[in-house]
Design a binder for this molecule. Structure first.
Ligand code: HEC
Length: 167
């Protein structure tokens, strides 16, 4: 049994290691906002590291506390605290991605699922922006999301429903 567990762990490590290598080899490090939706590396990273909860189509699982990204996630980039939340939220901050990869995935996510909600002067996430706030874990993420929802609502922007802790 111990042997089997070790063997399985090795398989997982090999798989994830292999995927990470392929991804960074393909990474284009795009310098402008436009091509993010076409970033193959970010697409692969999203599918491997995020889609388990956020689903391949970005719809999440709202009844289980995973909010939809669709026509919503771009709204969060309108506030500095919203951008910070997107980086520090546990699924993102604690992923296996490097800061540069996470920045690219976040850019891919907003460009793919919510381009219509981005502000005109949207600035792409960068590795240094991610690295600056990523180490600071939230004690409790739910009230942070609720506060952002209220703040954005006051500015006339609607975020997708977030049900965690409310039922
Ligand atoms: C284990 C499940 C899980 C995984 C994997 C996951 N997330 Fe999440 N994510 C959540 C949940 C749940 C929330 C809602 C906030 C919370 O309660 O943590 C969330 C919220 C978010 C939000 C904010 C959305 C909003 O509307 O509030 C972003 C951005 C995000 N995740 C990005 C990512 C990225 C990028 C990845 C992959 C690197 C990822 N997540 C992986 C579960 C996950």
């Amino acid at each position: 049994m111990v042997w089997l567990a070790r063997r399985l762990l090795m398989v997982v490590l090999t798989l994830t290691g292999g995927a990470a290598a392929t991804v960074s080899a393909n990474d284009q490090a795009p310098s402008q906002a436009a091509p993010y939706a076409q970033s193959t590396a970010a697409y692969k990273d999203y599918m491997l590291q995020c889609a388990g909860c956020h689903r391949f189509d970005g719809k999440g699982a709202p009844s289980r506390g995973v909010p939809s990204f669709r026509q919503s996630i771009g709204v969060l980039t309108r506030l500095p605290a919203g951008r910070e939340y997107m980086i520090r939220v546990p699924g993102a901050a604690q992923s296996q991605l490097t800061n540069a990869e996470l920045a690219n995935v976040l850019n891919w996510v907003v460009a793919t699922y919510s381009p219509g909600q981005l502000p005109r002067d949207f600035k792409a996430f960068t590795a240094s922006e991610v690295g600056a706030v990523r180490p600071y874990r939230f004690d409790d993420v739910a009230p942070v999301r609720r506060r952002l929802t209220e703040e954005l609502k006051a500015q006339g922007h609607e975020l997708a429903p977030y049900t965690f802790g409310s039922n």
